[in-house]
Design a protein around this ligand. Structure first.
Ligand code: AMP
Ligand code: GLY
Length: 416
């Protein structure tokens, strides 16, 4: 089989690595991919097409007779890549444009959860600044303000003070550069967060191993929110009972609701969930593999990912097998991330590392690895528990040297 994977980061490297283990797969195209993905995987070939160029990707998949396409980043999904592929009779694993709204529009997700009684934070929606302001004054802080639409660099603000809430509303509603702006204002929830992804096809929901990522840039959950600075899987503080409850009260009802709404969901449904005193509640949905969660979840998966997806698409409910080990990974990020990122700094010592390393943002010039993005490398470790996996991962991290890289030293520590 020929597989096409869109995207170029650590998540896509992990997808290519996992697909390469399948005996069904002879060729893996990555568009646009990165040099790091091809160095240990002879089946992988880069294709110079941007992951948001839906028309060129359709054309390529048709011409090369690609058997299955996996989509990395969300933008293409929200822009209807799945609809475009299906129209041409091409097989692709992801949600259609209408179903991708679960991630693309926070309001769509909230309204669906409301209608079907899926547990999430109470919310109200505003496009008028004055009304939003009086709502915040009535409800008090802390309060959560979310821009409606793909984050576009603004995203989510957990306002701890009224002043912060006012500034956020001004920025999102009065000074918006995105036309008609809307915000969702939410009740502040408390509890440990976890990421529960599931393979979904219509009403069939197959949960993956639970993971947790670390969103803040610096140790002790300080600093700005990032795409994620590390992750581990599974998560000891999230019990099997909680996972079953989350599937029963959240993931399965969402899949069923999407079918009932005439927009059946196919692909990865990612629940960003919080374990509150009243049980798991939804913080957000994503409609694709999480990054960096995928880089620890796929190494823990024993089953063949490609066979699993094919079974699911053919109407069979796959039963997944997992390794016993805990997997943990640390992001090495460029100095300045997430605001800006330095590029072009030499990375030394990669060749001494035997652990699984995924390339998030590197390039290779004449055999020399260089930084080339905000998140640069994802270094994994494994062990019988989180402590052992941490130790194993950080031993590998210490082999790698680059003057413009930083990383968190406390990945997985809260759970020990
Ligand atoms: P998101 O970009 O939607 O994942 O949100 C970023 C972070 O904001 C989440 O990981 C949470 O830590 C926090 N957050 C979002 N919504 C809420 C909420 N209703 N209550 C508390 N924290 C929240
Ligand atoms: N790690 C969070 C995300 O993939 O959005």
């Amino acid at each position: 089989m020929k597989i096409l994977i869109t995207g170029k980061g650590g998540r896509e490297h992990a997808l290519a690595w996992k697909a390469a283990q399948s005996p069904l797969v002879s060729k893996i195209y990555v568009a646009p991919g990165s040099a790091g993905m091809t160095c240990n995987l002879p089946q992988v070939q880069r294709v110079p097409i941007n992951d948001t160029d839906n028309a060129a990707l359709v054309h390529f998949a048709k011409t090369e007779q690609v058997d299955l396409t996996l989509v990395g980043p969300e933008n293409a999904l929200v822009n209807g890549i799945v609809d475009d592929f299906r129209q041409e009779g091409l097989s692709i694993f992801g949600p259609c444009k209408a179903a991708a709204q679960l991630e693309g529009s926070k309001l769509f997700a909230k309204q669906l959860m409301d209608k079907y009684g899926i547990p999430t934070a109470r919310y109200a929606v505003f496009s008028d600044y004055e009304q939003a302001l009086s709502h915040v004054q009535r409800e008090g802080v802390p309060i959560v303000i979310k821009y409606d639409g793909l984050a576009a660099g603004k995203g989510v603000v957990v306002a701890q003070t009224e002043e912060e809430a006012v500034l956020t509303l001004q920025a999102m509603l009065l000074h918006s550069r995105f036309g008609e702006a809307k915000v969702v204002i939410e009740e502040f929830l408390q509890g440990p967060e976890f990421s529960l992804m599931a393979l979904v096809h219509g009403e069939t929901v197959v949960p993956l191993s639970v993971a947790q990522d670390h969103k803040r840039a610096f140790d002790g959950d300080k600093g700005p929110n990032t795409g994620g600075m590390g992750a581990y899987c599974p998560v000891p503080i999230i019990s099997q009972k909680t996972i079953e409850q989350a599937v029963k009260t959240i993931l399965q009802p969402v899949a069923t609701a999407m079918v009932a709404e005439g927009n059946p969901f196919t692909g990865i449904l990612y629940g960003g969930l919080m374990l509150t005193n009243a049980g798991p509640k939804v913080i957000e949905f994503n409609v694709r593999f999480g990054d960096p969660e995928t880089e620890v979840v796929l190494p823990r998966m024993k089953s063949d990912l490609i066979q699993t997806i094919l079974d699911l698409l053919n109407g069979k409910k796959p039963i997944l097998e997992w390794h016993e080990d805990v997997f943990l990974g640390v992001v090495l990020a460029s100095a300045g991330y997430p605001e800006m990122a330095t590029k072009g700094s030499p990375i030394e010592g990669l060749e001494n590392v035997n652990n699984l390393v995924f390339h998030c943002g590197t390039e290779n010039r004449d055999g020399q690895w260089l930084t080339n993005g905000g998140r640069v490398l994802f270094v994994t470790g494994k062990g019988k528990d989180v402590a052992a996996a941490r130790e194993n991962a950080y031993m590998a991290v210490e082999q790698i040297h680059c003057k413009d890289i930083f990383y968190r030293r406390d990945i997985g520590i809260q759970s020990l």
